[in-house]
Every structure is written in structure tokens, then in C-alpha cells.
Design a protein around this ligand. Structure first.
Ligand SMILES: [Zn+2]
Length: 518
């Protein structure tokens, strides 16, 4: 889809609806006036079928009628001539749980047509306790937020009170549950502690969480063994939740990581959603077909495993993810101490220089320091580094690139976020082509880690080099999909119908498990 194309086909997006069929379509035109009638548009209904003409009548926030409404009374008419009328898109992993408190309208989501976001990647916004509040103080201060919730129920009430521009749902994060009970340490729960963690999952599910999630690359999550995750996922399953995961390894260890996700699904009796499905890192380039085959094998076994992806060859995450998990034991303050200690710093360096599929060793995945772009810093003294590559910073500081990485983490208290250009275009393209070839299931919108939080233009937030990634992903999707000869109708299905479909009802076929993420 070219730029001109995308302007011509500018979707007219309805924030009040997820899908056609939210309300049963009526066979005859009702007598009472519609709140809104959308007329003259090309309707792409998200089922994957080609566009058709018609009017859409909306009443009480729901589609009440599709057909000829030329004579119908209404309070308001929207003329959609020359535009597409499509269901609102679903972002299967956004990260707007904090920024929604800064600007409830979530402009960077709604302008892309995203009307529903699911958030909570391992680290969910709730539950919350004083220890976490203290440990994460700098991050809340960054957004000028003073958290006064402790549970999902309290957080959701806050959102309802302030109102919001899109629908928002959340997983309860296994990382968060772990931190509530065990802190940031590399320890294993006692049976009693595990019971406490399970109770926190149950509580969250009762409060409206949609499942349990993991983000197993980021400390303290890697300290959790698979059995702990099965125990937590099994609790979510009892409430009809799903298990969503940023897997333990997205590089050379990806096949074992998929095995782990599948095992959790099997043993916890829970549907699995693999987020931002990718083969990350140069040594893995070209391995997307094997990863796909692995998921298809699980599906052929009857397990409900689905995935989403995004249209970038870069991921966006914490710069500190370059550091091996053991060095994060105890949290960021401990990590900084280790980076400052010459002997420990050398041990960290050695680990990063050693190829391994036991942890997601990003240093081994990048083509070089020029592939790491600093997106967000927290220390105002470092603002001039935003938008620079690690190679440029190393040159600026006259340091070895790895030392520049360590010292930047020290200066920024390990809170820096980076874009890492570590994927190959053919792999990304293959994932997107699969998704668009499958009208039976959809792509929500997401990018890595913090890449997809909603941004807002002025007040409390510092705009950063990373922000561009939050807005134009749809244009990039268009480019990828055009090259795969896919149709806009099909991709619309993959943004709307598929994520909303309950996966047990999806047919077991090669591509039914794909959805799109931003
Ligand atoms: Zn992630």
C-alpha cells in the first residue's frame, strides 16, 4: 500500500465497536432514530470478505443495522465517501497502562484505528505494593504519576473515573506476581509463597484480568522455572483466561522457548498467545520457517497456540536486557553496583562475548553497535544521546562500545530503552504474509517491550526518538502486505476479527494462529 493509497483508503474507524455483529443485525429497519448513520463508505467488515456498499446505523454505541438507511431518521450523519469503514483494530499487546494516566485519549493508538488494547507484559500495572512502588519510583516520576491503586479493581475504577479514548484490558503479569511475593531476587518460592502468588493471580482474574502473562527475557522473570509458570497459568485457566508470553528466548534458543510455552499450555490447560513472534538476532536469520513449523506441530496436536507479530526489523526494549540475568539479581541498584565493580564487570563482559542459547544474549544477536539506537533515557543529562547509536556514543565518549553500554546504564540507572535492529526483513515479511493469508485469525498491534506505549504530544512526557515507532506501524504493515499481494480486506480481518476470535473455535490449519501486533 503506497502513501497515496493509504490516504485514498483512509479508514474511517469506529471507536465504539469491535466487530460487526456486536449486536445482532436486524432484519428490518427499526423505527426509532439512529444515533449515527455512516453512509457512502466502502464497508470492510473484518471477516476477510471484499468491501461492499451500505449504510451503518449505530444506536447506543452498537451497530444496529447495516443496509440501505437513506430514509432513516438519525441524529447525526457521517459521510464516508471515498473512505473505508472498518471495525476498530485490536492491539494484542500495547503498553499504555501508564501513559493512559497521562493522556486518557491515547492519541497514537486511536489515530491508527486501534480501539482496543490488551496490555500487561509480564510486568502488569497491578497488583502493586509499597516495595514495588519504591523500586519503580523513578519510572512513575518520569510520567509524573502518583499511584494510588493496589489492585486491578482499583486501577480499572481509576480509568473509568477519568474516562478513556479506547478500550483497555490487561493480563496479570507473572513477573509482577513474583515481585509482590519474592522481590527482585534470584530465588525460588517456597510452597507457601507459591500459594500466595496463585492467590494474587486469582484475585486479579476476579478483578477482570484476561489471563496471566510472562516476559521471560527481563529480570526477575528469568529466575522463574517452568513449573512456577504452569502453576500460575493454571489459576488463570480456571477463570477462562489465556497465557500470553514474551518467550524466554527469541534468538538461537527459540525452539526450546516455544517448547516451554507449549508445555505451559498443555499442562495448565490454557490457550497460549506468543507475543511479537520473531527470530531475533543475526545467527537466527532465516529460521522463521522452523519456528512456524514448531507452532504448527503443537496446533496439529490439538493445543491452542496462537501468535502475533509486528512490521519492524527492530525490537524495542530495556537496554539492560543486554546484561545476563544473574547480574540483575536484586534489581537495578544491585546491577549498577556490579557494573561499577571491575571484576564483576569483566565477568559480565565475558558472558556477553560468549555465544549461548541458555539466555537471550543480545550482544551476540546484533550485527554491531551501529544496530542499537538509543530511544528513551531517564536522566535529563543524557537527553542528547537519544537518537544516537551505540557506535556513535562509543565514539563520542572515546570508549569501547561495550564499555559505553555499561557506562550508559550506570549513568541512566539502567532505565534506558533502545531500538535494536536485529531481525531480517525476509523473516518479518514471512510472518506478516502468513498472517494476511489467514482471514480466520487476526493480528493485533504491538512492538517490542516499550515500543508500543501510547504517546502523547506535549505535556508531561518527553518526546523521544522512539516515538515514531508508535505511530506509523500501520503504514509499514501496508508496505509489507502490498509486497505479499495481500488485500486490505484480509489485513483488516487480521487486525480485528482474529484477535477477538476465541482461539478454540479456530480451525487447525497452517496459518490460523496468526494475528498482527503493533
Ligand atoms: Zn516483549
Amino acid at each position: 500500500m503506497t502513501i497515496e493509497h493509504s490516504q485514498r483508503w483512509k479508514p474511517l474507524l469506529l471507536s465504539m465497536l469491535l466487530l460487526f455483529g456486536v449486536a445482532p443485525l436486524q432484519s428490518r429497519e427499526p423505527a426509532q432514530p439512529f444515533d449515527v448513520v455512516i453512509t457512502n463508505g466502502h464497508i470492510i467488515d473484518g471477516t476477510g470478505s471484499p468491501w461492499y456498499s451500505g449504510d451503518i446505523g449505530i444506536r447506543d454505541g452498537k451497530i444496529a443495522f447495516i443496509g440501505n438507511l437513506s430514509e432513516a431518521s438519525r441524529h447525526r450523519t457521517i459521510d464516508a465517501r471515498g473512505m473505508v469503514v472498518a471495525p476498530g483494530f485490536i492491539d494484542m499487546l500495547g503498553q499504555s497502562e501508564v501513559t493512559i494516566l497521562v493522556d486518557p485519549r491515547l492519541p497514537s493508538k486511536i489515530y491508527q484505528g486501534i480501539t482496543t488494547e490488551i496490555t500487561g507484559e509480564g510486568e502488569s500495572i497491578a497488583p502493586l505494593n509499597d516495595a514495588i512502588l519504591h523500586a519503580d519510583q523513578e519510572q512513575f516520576e518520569h510520567y509524573r504519576i502518583h499511584p494510588d491503586w493496589r489492585t486491578f479493581r482499583e486501577y480499572f475504577s481509576l480509568l473509568e473515573k477519568q474516562r478513556m479514548g479506547i478500550n483497555l484490558a490487561s493480563y496479570v503479569g507473572a513477573t509482577r506476581v513474583r515481585r509482590m511475593v519474592l522481590g527482585d531476587n534470584d530465588v525460588q518460592p517456597t510452597p507457601a509463597q507459591l500459594e500466595q502468588m496463585k492467590e494474587l493471580v486469582r484475585q486479579a482474574m476476579r478483578d477482570g484480568a484476561v489471563g496471566v502473562s510472562t516476559s521471560l527475557e527481563y529480570a526477575p522473570a528469568p529466575y522463574a522455572k517452568t513449573e512456577e509458570l504452569i502453576a500460575l497459568a493454571a489459576e488463570a485457566s480456571k477463570f477462562g483466561g489465556i497465557y500470553a508470553t514474551h518467550m524466554r528466548n527469541e534468538g538461537t534458543g527459540i525452539l526450546a522457548a516455544i517448547d516451554e510455552a507449549v508445555r505451559i499450555g498443555r499442562e495448565a490447560h490454557i490457550p497460549v498467545e506468543i507475543w511479537h513472534f520473531k527470530v531475533g538476532g543475526k545467527p537466527s536469520w532465516g529460521h522463521m520457517p522452523q519456528a512456524i513449523a514448531k507452532v504448527n506441530a503443537a496446533r496439529a496436536e490439538g493445543l491452542d497456540v496462537s501468535a502475533d507479530t509486528y512490521a519492524y526489523t527492530a525490537w524495542f526494549n530495556d537496554f539492560s536486557a543486554f546484561i545476563p540475568a544473574w547480574a540483575h539479581d536484586g534489581g537495578n541498584t544491585k546491577l549498577i553496583e556490579r557494573l561499577k565493580d571491575p571484576a564483576t564487570r569483566e565477568r559480565i563482559r565475558k558472558d556477553m562475548l560468549t555465544p549461548s542459547d541458555q539466555w537471550d544474549n543480545e550482544w551476540q544477536e546484533i550485527p554491531g553497535p551501529e544496530a542499537v539506537l538509543v530511544g528513551v533515557v531517564h536522566n535529563p543529562q543524557l537527553l542528547q544521546l537519544q537518537g544516537k547509536t551505540l557506535a556513535e556514543i562509543a565514539k563520542l565518549w572515546n570508549k569501547d562500545p561495550m564499555d559505553a553500554l555499561f557506562d550508559l546504564l550506570i549513568e541512566d540507572h539502567a532505565l534506558t530503552s533502545v531500538a535494536v535492529f536485529g531481525m531480517s526483513e525476509p523473516d518479518v515479511s514471512l510472518a506478516l504474509q502468513l498472517s494476511s493469508a489467514c482471514p480466520s485469525r487476526t493480528f493485533p498491534w504491538r512492538s517490542s517491550s516499550r515500543g508500543s506505549l501510547s504517546i502523547t504530544i506535549p505535556p508531561a512526557l518527553r518526546l523521544t526518538a522512539s516515538s515514531d515507532r508508535n505511530i506509523p506501524i500501520r503504514a509499514r504493515m501496508g508496505r509489507f502486505l502490498e509486497s505479499s499481494a495481500s488485500t486490505f480486506a484480509r489485513s483488516t480481518s487480521s487486525f480485528s476479527k482474529t484477535p477477538s476470535a476465541n482461539s478454540p473455535h479456530c480451525p487447525l490449519n497452517a496459518c490460523a494462529w496468526w494475528t498482527v501486533a503493533s
